[in-house]
Design a protein around this ligand. Structure first.
Ligand SMILES: [Zn+2]
Length: 133
C-alpha cells in the first residue's frame, strides 16, 4: 500500500463547493465484490477534497467581510433561532484562470467563540493603545 504524506497533498479549492482545502487520499473503489464466483476487493485511491470528494483545483479563498448579527428569523434550517447571535462571513473564492464567486456563511456564536472574540477585542484595544504611546 502506498503511503501518502500530508505535506505532498495538492491544496487549492474544492471543485464542487469552492472551499479552500487540501486533497486527501480517498478510496472511491467499489470495495469487496464477487464476479462469477471470483472474489475481489476493488480499491481506487484518488486525491480528492474532504468535503465533497471532488477534484482539488488551483485557486483560493479569502474572507472579505465579517459582521455580527442578532437573528430576527431562523437561519441555517433552524440551527440559528431568532435572538441568537451569529457571524455573517463573506468569502471570495477564485479558480486560477477561472471565475471568481462569493459565498456567505452564517455561523452561530457559541460560548467559546464569545470568549475568543472578547479576548481578541481586548488584544486589539491593547495594541491600539501601545501604538499611540
Ligand atoms: Zn467541497
Amino acid at each position: 500500500m502506498r503511503r501518502y504524506d500530508p505535506e505532498d497533498m495538492p491544496s487549492g479549492i474544492c471543485d464542487c463547493c469552492g472551499e479552500a482545502c487540501t486533497a486527501q487520499p480517498i478510496d472511491v473503489g467499489i470495495g469487496p465484490y464477487e464476479y462469477w464466483g471470483a472474489r475481489g476487493n476493488h480499491v481506487d485511491i484518488q486525491l480528492l477534497s474532504p468535503c465533497c470528494e471532488a477534484e482539488v483545483v488551483e485557486g483560493g479563498q479569502k474572507l472579505i467581510r465579517t459582521a455580527k448579527h442578532v437573528a430576527k428569523k431562523p437561519h441555517n434550517n433552524g440551527q440559528i433561532q431568532p435572538g441568537d447571535t451569529y457571524y455573517l462571513r463573506v468569502y471570495r473564492h477564485w479558480r486560477c484562470g477561472g471565475p471568481t464567486w462569493i459565498t456567505v456563511k452564517k455561523i452561530k456564536q457559541t460560548p467559546t467563540m464569545k470568549e475568543q472574540a472578547s479576548t481578541y477585542e481586548t488584544l486589539m484595544a491593547v495594541a491600539a493603545l501601545q501604538e499611540r504611546v
